[in-house]
Design a binder for this molecule. Structure first.
Ligand code: C2O
Ligand code: CU
Length: 504
């Protein structure tokens, strides 16, 4: 049974009524309100799971987890070179139906890259899509000229070769297109891949890191497609008929399939990316147990933290570990982040241990996070708005470089931004360049895992977040970073602004 009929979660409760029901909601923004952000959602869900008597046995796996290939680089003179080709192909987004798709080095999604802190990487990326594209390294702290934003657009037949030093510490990033107006279309057709940054910290040495063995990438997507398999990505498409909202794990449809993974180690680390165009994915265990979260978007938490749910808005990542005694089913609770979208609880993966090792205790401290004292930080307000069919930031429609609002700042500036959602829609705020700390979420101080580092965070309809950041290392008077909603449709409709960091 993939669609749980008695779900443990608040989101799931909305869809009692049986297997296979996909309730469409037309006021997506409200979906988030009752659930709150990650920490608040955890509290809500733990109350519910306390009353959840049916400790479900693990779901039987009827498929096998596909792990994206690890992309081998070639290293010479201290530079590691990776080769990627963006190409078209086909994939069964809906089981049994072939969809036209795209991928990097394959027909859907892309290989995982591993970068090492302090190394220099060079990427040779060739575009064979028949349309302009870019490749953005979401969450990476790199120069604006290498960031893969709209100004880095390159045409069919061309190769783009960004190179930079990896300044990020251990974390999970991802890569995807970012050209003006075509981001949603290209990402939902399959152009997305994971990046693992490794470092030599004590925490990294103590945590599972054998890719595909005890360090497992999980790329979740909720798409929209018609019965012929045509993948939709804009208003016209979403208003079409016969749509379904397939849920995919690493490119495999899990609507009525539970994938299986045999764990040959007792402790498994999962890196989860929500690569959906809009929907929120909440990860939980089918048995109501806890996940040990170790990282948010931008790296380790100060300490391993027990949570019952991990709520990921579009674009967000998290890492957790499980010490397995028995088989565990992982569920994704899908809630819509927009006027379109899926809903329901999906048993997407059953992990079955076949291991005899006894792992050491997890380190009690993973990293140190010094909280920003924002007393002297410069304040700004970023307003997410709507204007007719377009979406705006600070009143400007960001569908062209000339039309979008531009935030001007200087090197090493310390700022505190209030991201204010002037619409009743859910948004997922993403900032390029530097990680941020949450100072307030809808007027409340953050707690728990919300004290980690982020680059993408939920802003509920009518709500606001206050975030703090410091613009270190990179300036450019031509190339800009972006800040935008990571609901890809909103981004393409103009909810995007530019950030220029100039010499002080
Ligand atoms: Cu994941 Cu500006 O993007
Ligand atoms: Cu949005």
């Amino acid at each position: 049974m993939t669609h749980t009929t008695e779900p443990a979660s608040g989101a799931g409760r909305q869809r009692k009524g049986g297997k296979g029901l996909h309730r469409r909601k037309f006021l997506g923004g409200m979906a988030g309100v009752g659930l709150g952000a990650v920490g608040a959602a955890g509290a809500t869900f733990s109350l519910l799971s306390g009353g959840n008597a049916n400790k479900a046995a693990a779901a039987d796996a009827t498929g096998t987890l596909t792990v994206p290939d690890l992309l081998e680089g070639t290293t010479s003179d201290g530079t590691t070179t990776y080769t990627l080709t963006a190409k078209t192909g086909t994939n069964e987004v809906i089981s049994g139906v072939s969809s036209t798709t795209a991928g990097y080095n394959g027909s859907y999604l892309g290989p995982t890259m591993k970068w090492t802190t302090g190394d220099t990487v060079l990427l040779n990326i060739t575009n064979t899509l028949g349309a302009d594209t870019t490749v953005h390294f979401h969450g990476a702290h790199i120069p604006p000229k290498m960031d893969g934003g709209p100004q880095n657009s390159f045409a069919d037949g061309e190769t783009w070769s960004p190179t930079f030093e990896v300044k990020d510490e251990a974390k999970t990033l991802w890569y995807h297109p970012h050209a003006l107006g075509t981001t949603a279309e290209q990402v939902v057709h399959g152009l997305a891949g994971m990046i693992i940054v490794e470092d030599d910290s004590d925490a990294s040495a103590a945590l599972p890191s054998e890719y595909g063995v005890d360090d497992i990438p999980i790329i979740l997507q909720c798409l929209a497609a018609d019965s012929s398999g045509d993948i939709k990505y804009n208003v016209t498409g979403y208003l079409g008929s016969g749509l379904s909202y397939p849920v995919l794990c690493n490119g495999t449809n899990v609507d009525s399939t539970t994938l299986g993974f045999t764990a040959t180690k007792t402790r498994i680390r999962f890196r989860v990316l929500n690569a959906s165009p809009a929907d929120i994915m909440t990860i939980q265990r089918g048995d109501g147990g806890t996940l040990t979260q170790i990282a948010t978007d931008q790296g380790y938490l100060t300490e391993p933290t027990e949570v019952t749910t991990i709520r990921l808005v579009a674009g967000a990542r998290a890492e957790f570990v499980l010490d397995l005694a028995d088989a565990v089913t992982l569920q994704a609770v899908v809630t819509t982040g927009w006027i379109r979208g899926g809903s329901g609880t999906y048993d997407f993966l059953t992990v079955t241990p076949e291991a005899t090792d006894t792992p050491d205790d997890l380190p009690s401290t993973l990293t140190t996070i010094t909280r920003y004292d924002t007393a002297d930080f410069a304040a700004r307000t970023i307003t997410l708005g709507q204007s007719g069919q377009n979406m705006t930031i600070n009143g400007s429609v960001g569908t062209t470089m000339d039309g979008m609002a531009t935030i001007m700042t200087t090197l090493d500036a310390e700022e505190v931004w209030t991201i204010s959602n002037g619409t009743q829609l859910e948004h997922s705020f993403h900032l390029h360049d530097v990680p941020f700390q949450l100072i307030e979420i809808n007027g409340e101080e953050p707690t728990g895992v919300d004290l980690g580092w982020f680059d993408t965070f939920e802003v509920v309809g009518g709500g606001s977040i206050k975030i703090a950041m410091k613009f270190t290392d990179f300036t450019d008077d031509t190339y800009m970073y972006m800040l935008h909603c990571h609901l890809l449709q909103h981004e393409d409709e103009g909810m995007m602004a530019a950030l220029m960091v100039m010499d002080g």
